[in-house]
Design a protein around this ligand. Structure first.
Ligand SMILES: [Zn+2]
Ligand SMILES: [Zn+2]
Length: 272
């Protein structure tokens, strides 16, 4: 993962090997070439840098508009905003908009699909799960040798079955209840989730009023996280980046702490 995330300021996180960019709140030059951009919602700290990213994409010689996946309810407004900016610049800021609703799936590439999941924020919003379809040997053929399986295949026996592997999810700007409504998020290999507030400097009630996650709510659910990694991001500026690992050390149960990777810059200051 590469990018920038500061709660309420800007969030853009790329996963280069999958060719995806989650949110478009900042426009560092290295993030301009993703072919698929997944927008969680329309707040400025998540979409404000989309025009700049499209400009960088143009400079990098990519001529095809990127696919921009977003909640279905915001497609018209985002398209109108880009049309106005295209007019302003005398330069087309073209995208291929794809509106999604919770439960919808679209192909990403190869055997990967994108699944939309409901989140809870004051504006239309979504989380996304990247699902990989893998072929496996059917259990009734376990224990057979390679040549035996090959012989069955040649006789036309279907020895495989398919399984969905939940590889990666991105859930931000939401009440924690998004996890309870879509418990598969607890099973995803790598869960990227917001944890905007971390301690008593902001109460749980105040965090919930803004529809954000507080670490207290994560701690309450600590046993449920079956993920390999939980990448926490969208931290509030109330905290300095260099104090966050120690807050997590002190507050999270050790088994969950081992899985948590805070997405932070080096040093004591947030980027910018
Ligand atoms: Zn945000
Ligand atoms: Zn928001």
């Amino acid at each position: 993962m590469r990018g920038i995330s500061v709660g309420g300021v800007y969030t853009s996180l790329a996963v280069p090997e999958l060719g995806v960019l989650f949110d478009a709140g900042a426009s560092p030059r290295s993030l301009g070439t993703s072919d698929t951009i997944l927008l969680s919602h329309g707040h400025a700290d998540h979409v404000g840098a989309l025009p700049a990213l499209l400009g960088i994409r143009g400079l990098s010689g990519k001529t095809r508009p990127p696919r921009v996946v977003m909640p279905a309810e915001i497609v018209d407004d985002l398209s109108a905003a880009l049309a106005a900016l295209s007019k302003l610049q005398r330069f087309p800021l073209a995208i291929e908009p794809i509106g999604m609703r919770p439960g919808d799936e679209i192909a990403l590439r190869g055997d990967l699909r994108i699944r939309a999941v409901a989140t809870f924020h004051p504006v239309p919003s979504l989380a996304y799960i990247l699902v990989r379809r893998v072929a496996k040997l059917r259990p009734d053929f376990h224990g057979m040798t390679g040549p035996e399986i090959g012989a069955l295949r040649r006789r036309g026996v279907d020895v495989t079955e398919h399984e969905d592997r939940l590889e990666l999810a991105y859930a931000t700007d939401t009440l924690i209840s998004a996890l309870d409504h879509a418990p598969e998020l607890y099973e995803v290999g790598t869960l990227i989730m917001e944890c905007t507030f971390l301690d008593e400097r902001k109460s749980v009630a105040a965090a919930r009023a803004g529809c954000h996650v507080h670490l207290d709510e994560v701690i309450e659910r600590a046993e449920r996280f079956a993920n390999r990694h939980v990448v926490m991001m969208h931290f509030s500026q109330l905290y300095r980046p260099d104090e966050i690992p120690a807050i997590l050390d002190a507050r999270l149960p050790p088994a969950l702490r081992r899985k948590v990777v805070p997405f932070l810059p080096a040093g004591a200051h947030w980027p910018g």
